[in-house]
Design a protein around this ligand. Structure first.
Ligand code: 6PG
Length: 468
């Protein structure tokens, strides 16, 4: 077996296969390994005529690759990553590069990097976003680790990534686990945007009385404007899908219990650790939790059917336009929360993130790609040290304007008894973030009262305690 292949992939599920086919489309030869012979064969079938080869044998796979070997893992996050790494190590040589392309927890990435350094192997933690279609046609790629390791594989990642105005949606983001951290926050934002869209849908169908055809049209129109984004686009599409098993629309047949693999929860957990508020992302995680308690929700329903009475008359056209503006407002707030967390994490963990770069590589390929990201990129370009997007002049007008719609939509949703946790958290975050005098002086007084925890004063320096 001659060592001629440029790039290797372990894990030939649809993501891994598609990524390899994409690599081959860009003139690189690629080898794939999967212990499941069906998947290795599927790669060979799909790649007929391309310089791609699948195998089920680790030794053979490693021997096919040019040195230093560049091997990407697209296997489920967690134990599988460690066991694949262990199975590879005996076959590798000093300087070979392992790239973890899954949604690994950033602390696992730090641990693996240290471990592989001891073995004189290189390691990159790389977030890949865009689903199976993105992997095939161009994902957004978020690499972290040593820049020298990145340079080994940079030309391949740049070739396969999505492009916006010819600019690749990939860049070396920073040290150690920077890539997986950025991908985790990407997913947190993804959760937030998805929940906001779900709440908008609820208001439109329940308050506005829109049917699925009208919902399709509304989301389709929104996608042409300031809300233009992948998630709005696919939402428009979802409303056109008929149920193939029975009459009606598929979306109406899908059980309202949202699953999760953990990346949104990790974002909330780590934001808590760093003391950074991301309430819209927290709300999205919470709503997935409440959604999963279907039985309890059903049990509670008969007791509280009279919770909502005398719902007001509404103007359908006005509801649609207010919901669109409220969604735009809340989208900006959600990205702002995620970006604020990234800025903090970059300092805390020494990642050296450039926020403009993050916004730039999220403009295409990934699940949260949106027109808004170009405005954010420009805001960071103008002020590289900007920590809070709410302070960027480019967003002042949109937020000032959008808040009115958010307030109006929330009032109506409350009257109708619709849960709008994400939208209300976005508005409360905005109201809190622009308020120089929050009522938390009272919390400080209480802490001092019961626990002598002390407080600071508005009129002089120092730390004070009172015998209340
Ligand atoms: C992406 C997605 C991808 C995956 C999510 C789903 O960027 O391509 O984020 O990573 O679809 O992890 O997450 P949940 O299963 O937790 O909703």
């Amino acid at each position: 077996m001659t060592s001629t292949y440029d790039f290797g992939m372990i894990g030939l599920g649809v993501m891994g296969r598609n990524f390899l086919l994409n690599v081959a489309d860009h003139g690189f030869s690629a080898a794939g390994l999967d212990l499941d012979a069906e998947k290795a064969n599927a790669l060979d079938e799909e790649s007929a005529g391309k310089p791609v080869k699948g195998t089920t044998n680790t030794a053979e796979f490693v021997a096919m690759l040019k040195r230093p070997r560049k091997i990407m893992l697209l296997v489920p996050a967690g134990k599988a990553v460690d066991s694949v790494i262990e199975s590879l190590i005996p076959h590798l040589d000093k300087g070979d590069l392992i790239i973890d392309g899954g949604n690994s927890h950033f602390e696992d990435t730090n641990r693996r990097q240290e471990y592989l350094k001891m073995k004189e192997l290189q390691f990159l933690g790389v977030g890949v976003s865009g689903g199976s279609e993105g992997a095939r046609r161009g994902p957004s790629i978020m690499p972290g680790g040593n820049v020298e390791s990145y340079q080994l594989v940079g030309p391949i990642l740049e070739a396969v990534s999505a492009k916006v105005d010819g600019v690749p949606c990939v860049a070396h983001l920073g040290n150690t686990s920077a890539g997986h951290y950025v991908k985790m926050v990407h997913n947190g934002i993804e959760y937030g945007l998805m929940q906001l869209i779900a709440e908008a849908y609820d208001v439109l169908r329940t308050v506005g009385g829109l049917n699925n055809e009208e919902l399709h049209q509304v989301f389709h129109n929104w996608n042409q404007g300031a809300l233009g984004s992948f998630l709005i686009e696919i939402t428009a599409d979802i409303f056109t899908k008929r149920d193939e098993e029975a009459d009606g629309w598929l979306v109406d047949k899908i059980l309202d219990k949202a699953k999760q693999k953990g990346t949104g929860k990790w974002t909330s957990q780590n934001a808590m650790d760093l003391g950074i508020a991301i309430p819209t992302i927290d709300a999205a995680v919470a709503m997935r939790g409440i959604s999963s308690l279907k039985m309890e929700r059903k049990q509670a329903e008969p007791h509280y059917t009279r919770a909502v009475e005398n719902t007001p008359e509404v103007d359908k056209g006005q509801v649609v336009s207010q919901v669109g503006e409220a969604l735009h407002f809340a989208f900006i707030i959600t990205y702002a929360q995620g970006m604020r967390l990234l800025a903090e994490a970059s300092e805390e963990y020494g990642y050296g993130l450039e926020m403009e770069t993050v916004a730039r590589i999220w403009r295409g390929g990934c699940i949260i790609r949106a027109r808004l990201l170009e405005d954010m990129r420009r805001a960071y370009q103008e002020q590289p040290a900007l920590r809070n997007l709410l302070l960027a002049p480019a967003f002042h007008e949109s937020l000032l304007h959008g808040q009115h719609a958010a307030r109006a939509v929330l009032k109506t949703a409350i009257d109708f008894g619709l849960p709008t946790l994400a939208l209300s958290s976005a508005l409360a975050y905005f109201d809190a973030s622009r308020n120089p005098r929050l009522p938390l002086n009272l919390v400080q007084a209480q802490r001092d009262y019961f626990g002598s925890h002390t407080y600071e004063r508005v009129d002089k320096e120092g730390v004070f305690h009172t015998e209340w």
